[in-house]
Ligand binder design. Sequence first.
Ligand SMILES: Cc1cc2nc3c(=O)[nH]c(=O)nc-3n(C[C@H](O)[C@H](O)[C@H](O)COP(=O)(O)O)c2cc1C
Length: 314
Amino acid sequence: MPDLSVELAGIPLRNPLLLASGIWGESGQSLIGAWDAGAGGVVTKSIGSRPRPGYPNPTVEEFDSWGMLNAMGLPNPGIAEYPREIRAAREHGVLVIGSIFGGSAEEFARLAREMATTGVIAIELNLSCPHAEGFGTEIGSDPKDVEEVIRAAVREVKVPVIAKITPNAADPAELAVAAERAGAKGISAINTVRGLAIDTTLARPVLAHGIGGLSGPAIKSVGLAAVWQIYRRVRIPIVGIGGISSGKDVLEYVMAGARAVEIGTAVAREGVRVFGRIAQELDRALSERGTDRLVSLVGAAHRGFEMPTADFLP
Ligand SMILES: Cc1cc2nc3c(=O)[nH]c(=O)nc-3n(C[C@H](O)[C@H](O)[C@H](O)COP(=O)(O)O)c2cc1C
């Protein structure tokens, strides 16, 4: 059996398949469900300072097999309530990464401090939600803001801080470079891609919020491109996210430079058994290649790769 274990920011993981933030992470019990189904770790939904109900329905639109558009509005019970769910999962032995979102560096720092007391193995900063005014992309699109937020959070906690960056910026790799400079120990890429669906009968957007975030297979190559570009610019590990639903998808992300991956929409669609299936597919893909250890393939697609120039014609 090939060895799927990886180390992420100093944390040993039994395999690289993590539950993505915002999916299946409602309660301690659901986090436990993902872990028991074989996930290497779980990321909580993004938690803010206060309880938020999120946007009114419709908040999700499913497109055939290729994608999903959502504008949930970061519904969450708030940092005072949610830690009990994390503790329940921790008591079960689940490796939990706590996700937080805020509107300023100070708020992120305060949330990171509180999140660190819950026993999480790392904290992922959601700098990338495309549909929550004042949070996410609005604070995560400018490298200067990213640097300030990460620096403030890193100062407050001993656990590794991971920056989850947006694809909805001119140069996602520049955001990763800023996060690394500020002391982040990992980069998660990507969050959802800004998108819209129109109901042509009603002549209005399908989602109550209008603009939403696209996820699922449609964004896989966007995520891969971000990981590829980030790998060439930073040394800290990358968690690849976006459209992963098979062992081959994971392998592509690993070869592009990811050390671990998060899986969202595929879990929403197939349930947590997706972790077991993808792990099996990954095992098989590695065996077929004759590869013993997954980590030996991190960044493999970069080796020997040279971008051709366009000026070779006479
Ligand atoms: C319904 C839904 C809710 C989400 N909520 C969050 C969230 O709270 N925090 C966050 O960082 N990302 C959130 N995301 C983004 C996912 O974590 C992930 O980055 C994105 O969906 C791409 O991965 P996928 O194609 O595997 O779904 C959410 C995605 C979906 C579909």
